[in-house]
Design a protein around this ligand. Structure first.
Ligand code: FES
Length: 103
């Protein structure tokens, strides 16, 4: 501990570039990992749950049901069209699952 107390302001100042370099390397490594592995599939929906599971009775679906597969819908598990903004921002191509009765 005495070592740190005996450092002068100029000594601490000389450590600033090293600190900045460490932060930059850490940010770069995180960015690289995010690009290679991707972030979480689910960015915000019911994060307090250990696993998001929905169950519906097929009789309750009516003639047509549109389910979200992009994990951005405010009406999850139903699609609210949020996939369009996601696709534009991230150059992605995700879309909903549409289930409908044959006519
Ligand atoms: S909002 Fe997610 S697929 Fe439409």
């Amino acid at each position: 501990m005495d070592f740190y107390r005996n450092l002068k302001v100029s000594d601490w100042a000389s450590l600033i570039p090293f600190g900045i370099a460490c932060v930059a390397v850490g940010f770069g490594v995180k960015t690289l990992i995010d690009k290679k592995l991707g972030g979480p599939v689910n960015p915000a929906i019911r994060k307090e749950e250990s696993k998001v599971v929905d169950s519906l009775d097929i009789e309750d679906l009516g003639n047509k049901a549109v389910f979200c597969r992009c994990w951005r819908s405010s009406k999850f598990p139903y699609c609210d069209g949020s996939h369009n903004a996601h696709n534009t921002v991230h150059a992605d191509n995700v879309g909903p699952l549409i289930i409908k009765k044959k006519e």
